[in-house]
Design a binder for this molecule. Sequence first.
Ligand code: MLT
Length: 223
Amino acid sequence: MQTGHRPVATTFANLLLVMRPQPDFIHEFVPGTSNRTLLLLHGTGGNERDLIPLGRELDERATLLSPRGKILENGMPRFFRRLAEGVFDLEDLKNRTNELANFVAAAAQHYGFASDNVVAVGYSNGANIAASVLLLRPEVLSAAILFRAMVPLVPDKQPKLSSMRVWIGAGTDDPIIPTSETKRLAELLRKTGANVTIRHFPAGHALTSQDLEAAREWLMTLR
Ligand code: MLT
């Protein structure tokens, strides 16, 4: 019989959940030995394990936080819906951007890492949602490395990103993202005051060791 009263244990457990937010993405968490955290965001069809080795190559001491995108496109995980290649479902993108930013904030509390030193490292679809976080919820990031990124959306209100450093790696022969699109992203971010470094590599959409090496050197110049 339903009495309308919840058992005390359930209520107490719920209270604990409210006090200590649980990160709600499937994710990998690898503690580090410095106070920097890399937020690793995979490409379409990837998962939370994909970018762990890359994260370690970029910074052997950083904490690594790597969520799996919640959208499935023909069975392939992504961070937001798209209507066609390069054509995004903007409502979904905005919601997913907020969801991801909330996850980062909850994970910082849950695991106890510094919330003011989180560097997004995204590839392709992961780079696009990282750019969207920069534009809509920049408070959860202190810098970003965007491999093969495009303009995810143009925000209604331009954020102020004067303390944000962003590195963008583009492939000159990328069949998915033309160099004009990467430049458009760099211009959009520069208009917000962000300090943007853009590098072009003789490559396609796939990452190269040159991308990695250049991004690693750039990361070492951050505090
Ligand atoms: C995207 O959908 O984010 C871009 O088209 C990149 C991709 O995932 O192929």
